[in-house]
Design a protein around this ligand. Structure first.
Ligand SMILES: Nc1ncnc2c1ncn2[C@@H]1O[C@H](COP(=O)(O)OP(=O)(O)O)[C@@H](O)[C@H]1O
Ligand SMILES: [Mg+2]
Length: 217
């Protein structure tokens, strides 16, 4: 088992978003977090990615306990190393080219030499069919291309899990289909996908396990 989420609960003030959510994710599996707007999908994804803390519960990643609220244990480093997040609106740096956006994090974290990082980025750009966009700035990209750059930026960190927060919400239907195909092809390389969506069409295309936050205990 790659990821075990156990009895995670979260409230903001006196408003409870979800209570004792548990699920498991295998390598290469796609899992959807589903439910209407405002229900807590992004919050749950942020907790999984270590950007927000749960009120209770624990999470085990690769047989390693990465957080356990009751016992005040947190290993954010292990979460960061293994789980990448692709934001809703791609969140690219507008003052950097496509290539610069992709190589920034691995260079900052000194994961490899500059030459190797650039070569890896070029391979990813080719694989994602945006190599011809390499030297342009994000404002010139279409919504689908922005998502591809965001996906390349996640893949270059070689995560075991990629989390997507509504990856198709800013895209037309045709482009959504392409991004969903791409996400499926990533899962075929054994990377697990946790994906937030409130779009029924997208949800049904994925044909995957679904965590429905609207089912209250
Ligand atoms: N940091 C925060 N502080 C207080 N309330 C928050 C915070 N983040 C989100 N919320 C509230 O929690 C609820 C769920 O938000 P969110 O997880 O973004 O939902 P979803 O992604 O399902 O639309 C919303 O009502 C939102 O306003
Ligand atoms: Mg959200």
């Amino acid at each position: 088992m790659l990821l075990e989420v156990e009895k995670i609960s979260k409230s903001f003030g006196n408003k409870q978003l979800f209570k004792e959510i548990s699920f498991r994710v295998n390598a290469g599996e796609i899992v959807q977090i589903y439910g209407k707007s405002g229900i807590g999908k992004s919050t749950l994804l942020n907790i999984i990615c270590g950007l927000e803390k749960a009120d209770s519960g624990k999470m085990v990643l690769n047989d390693e306990l990465v957080f356990d609220v009751e016992n005040k244990k947190y290993n954010e480093k292990s979460i960061r190393k293994n789980i990448s997040l692709v934001f809703q609106e791609a969140n690219l740096f507008n003052n950097k080219t496509v290539l610069e956006n992709i190589i920034m994090a691995p260079l900052y974290h000194k994961l490899d030499t500059r030459e190797n990082v650039i070569n890896e980025a070029i391979n990813l750009l080719k694989r994602l069919q945006i190599y011809d966009r390499k030297d342009i700035y994000p404002e010139k990209l279409s919504g689908g291309e922005k998502q591809r750059v965001a996906i390349a930026r996640a893949l270059i960190l070689k995560p075991k899990i990629i989390c997507f927060d509504e990856p198709t919400s800013a895209l037309d239907y045709e482009t959504s289909l392409e991004v969903i195909d791409l996400i499926k092809s990533i899962s075929a390389t054994k990377i697990a996908i946790i994906l937030v969506t409130h779009d029924d069409k997208v949800a049904s295309l994925l044909d995957s396990k679904r965590i429905d936050l609207s089912i209250k205990k």
